[in-house]
Design a binder for this molecule. Sequence first.
Ligand code: SAM
Length: 291
Amino acid sequence: MTNNMINLNTVKNGWFSEICPMWPGVALSLEIMETLYSEKSRFQQIDLYQTRHHGKMLVLDGIIQLTEFDEFTYQEMMAHLPLFSHPDPKNILVIGGGDGGVLREIGRHPQVAKIDFCEIDEAVIAVSKEFLPSLACGYDDPRVKVHIGDGHAFVKNKINAYDVIIVDSSDPIGPGEALFKKSFYEGLKNALKPGGIIATQGESIFMHQDWVVTLAGITRELFLVQAYANICVPTYPGGNIGICMGSLGPELVRPARQISQILQDQLKYYTPQIHKAAFVLPHFVEKLLKE
Ligand code: SAM
């Protein structure tokens, strides 16, 4: 164990604890064996741990981004919910998601022609390529064009360019803050082609109700169709995360296309049934989103 590299604010007695003001009074702890990487980039503190039971774990500014144990739930749903809601997705933009996992999932769709990818922090990409090859394999796809920069600024210059935009951002503290503003969502809308769809990291119905209401409100105001999906991610606070979606035409709550058996066999979480089920929300959330 390389204890000398461990950030003592979050690691004690071989356990990493995620403590964040966005979910006060809760700490999710995972047992770790080794700190594989720990550096401050221009934008954030990046830590990569080998956990005892959950594979490798990527942590940005003390917040768990993913573990190898359960990353598939988030990556599959972030990619396949919007891509299967669209009848013919060809041009895709991904903002954030430096680990490459969402790119890996988009790459499974043969009809996709071009994937623009905008990540603010080159260091996250480099760390993922070194330590998380099962996610960073997403970069091997020749359809992917990497742009390093702020996603908010990137979309401002794009008009009528994409069928689907996926925002795989970190939380609205640090560099991710810009990706939770109404002006950003206006940029996303303008960047879509007619009939286009967005899917953004929508925080937790248990831990961040104010953000869920804000994001649902913005998408409802700007888009013809709006929907919010809830998915299970055991290593996120509350054990779940939402995906906030908006569409300029297609309905979102059921797939527009059939999934091939070849693709279904590659997946662990997404099915056409779970596509529909993800939008069925607990009563308290239905009421929250109506307000
Ligand atoms: N799936 C995980 C989750 O939601 O917790 C992982 C998210 S992914 C690692 C978040 C990425 O968004 C990070 O690599 C971060 O550098 C990037 N990011 C944050 N703010 C950004 C911005 N303004 N523009 C582009 N990328 C940004």
